[in-house]
Design a binder for this molecule. Structure first.
Ligand SMILES: Cc1cc2nc3c(=O)[nH]c(=O)nc-3n(C[C@H](O)[C@H](O)[C@H](O)COP(=O)(O)OP(=O)(O)OC[C@H]3O[C@@H](n4cnc5c(N)ncnc54)[C@H](O)[C@@H]3O)c2cc1C
Length: 388
């Protein structure tokens, strides 16, 4: 692991950032990782971990100071996601989803909205991002949820599916179509739906292959009256906000996937150095060394690329969509490959629940599907090289 330790030392974290990272690493090692197997087995929502993250004030990392936060760099936020996800992928995605849901409000909301809504998140509230519908997955523009203005309110009718933390969130950033705009793409709009709004219903929670402790909900909006004051931007601003927001949430899911990849790599190396067959350690076989070499190289390169994307964001760039897609694509494909190879290297033991790699393989799969399935990212990246 020397190369990764050296890489970590070279990253130049400030004193304050080092303090945060040390606290997060301790929390992940002492409390989050030891409970991950329990949360995976029972599917209990990890409220204990959410409280522990909030005790460190981790939501405040991305909330502006004026609204109760203590913002630090995007790179630091990504590293926190990575560390928490390495310890427990479910907890990692719950934390990251607060950012995914609330960052568009931070970037595109009015001062009044930020001042009214963000302190709840800075204090530890849960956020959620609701885009997907049963007939609108990869093509989100096909969404049917309808926003109809009615005096000081907007009436919301429709439903969303696969919404991370949708059943437990305090604030849901909800995309739908403005009834008075006929063009289906230009009609996309976005508002904040607050917990307890009458007409809001949790229809079901999915039973999933992995991420058992992160809830994934189907939601219905039966004539929910949302104050007009909760509309983010103007009617029809939704698609622009959606695309800009995904550019910042995709590196975040890349960090989550890299957390899983790091965990699988660690377990693979530890087991391979310990397990002996035919009188030699598993890692002594050259075929396995070649595999480890490929995976270590890929892990190192993907970590560096994610830092590059973070530097673009922290530097104020707004043109980093393809870089974000590359990070998401490579990190998630790596997480899946790393976890699968880690199971393989554990032999039959890897297929059994006694070893963490079994969970990591189940947790890794979704990273290739959400926040734009990887086919979509390949299209986006490929298209960017086609001359106009
Ligand atoms: C556990 C979980 C959590 C989630 N959390 C959230 C959340 O918090 N908020 C939210 O809004 N959504 C969430 N999602 C939804 C997720 O983003 C979608 O599942 C994803 O975008 C894919 O949409 P789909 O499932 O409808 O698949 P489809 O779009 O139907 O795609 C099916 C397959 O076809 C491929 N495909 C589709 N279009 C093309 C194309 N043009 N070219 C080539 N291949 C194509 C896809 O890559 C995929 O392999 C979550 C999903 C899961 C399972």
């Amino acid at each position: 692991m020397k190369i990764f330790e050296q890489f970590e030392r070279s990253r130049g974290w400030s004193g304050d950032e080092t303090l945060v990272l040390d606290q997060v690493r301790r929390l992940a090692a002492d409390r989050i990782a030891p409970r991950a197997e329990h949360h995976d087995r029972t599917g209990e929502f990890p409220w204990d971990n959410v409280r522990a993250l909030n005790d460190l004030g981790l939501n405040a990392l991305f909330v502006p100071e004026a609204h109760g936060g203590a913002p630090m760099s995007y790179r630091l936020y990504l590293e926190v996601v990575k560390i928490v996800s390495e310890a427990c992928a479910s907890t990692g995605i719950i934390y990251a989803t607060n950012f995914h849901g609330m960052k568009p409000l931070i970037d595109f909301g009015s001062d009044e909205q930020r001042g009214r809504l963000l302190p709840r998140i800075a204090e530890g509230g849960l956020g959620s991002l609701a885009i997907t519908e049963p007939d609108a997955g990869s093509d989100a523009t096909g969404m049917k949820t309808r926003f109809t203005p009615d005096g000081d309110a907007i009436v919301v009718e429709g439903g969303k599916t696969f919404i991370t933390s949708g059943d437990v969130a305090d604030l849901i950033l909800l995309f739908g179509k403005w009834s008075e705009i006929p063009d289906p793409r230009q009609a996309i709009s976005v508002l904040v739906l607050e917990k307890g709004t009458p007409g809001f219903e949790v229809v079901r929670r999915e039973e999933k292959m992995g991420h058992h402790a992160s809830s994934t909900a189907t939601l219905a909006f039966n004539g929910c009256r949302v104050p007009r004051a909760n509309l983010v931007g103007a009617p029809g601003d939704g698609l622009r906000i959606l695309l800009a927001s995904l550019n910042k949430s995709r590196p975040s899911v890349a960090a989550h996937a890299l957390g899983i990849a790091r965990a699988a790599f660690r377990d693979m190396i530890a087991y391979g150095n310990d397990r002996r067959q035919s009188g030699r350690r598993i890692v002594d076989y050259q075929g396995n060394q070649f595999l480890i070499a490929d995976l270590a190289s890929e892990l190192a390169m993907t970590e560096v690329w994610l830092d590059h994307v973070a530097a673009l964001v922290d530097g104020g760039s707004s043109d980093f969509g393809i870089e974000a897609s590359i990070a998401k694509l490579r990190a998630s494909d790596l997480a899946m490959r790393m976890a699968t190879e880690a199971v393989q290297l554990h032999g039959g033991y890897g297929y059994c629940r006694d070893y963490r790699v079994e969970r990591l393989m189940r947790d890794a799969k979704i990273t290739q599907i959400w926040e734009g399935a990887n086919q979509i990212h390949r299209q986006l990246i490929g298209r960017s090289f086609v001359s106009k």
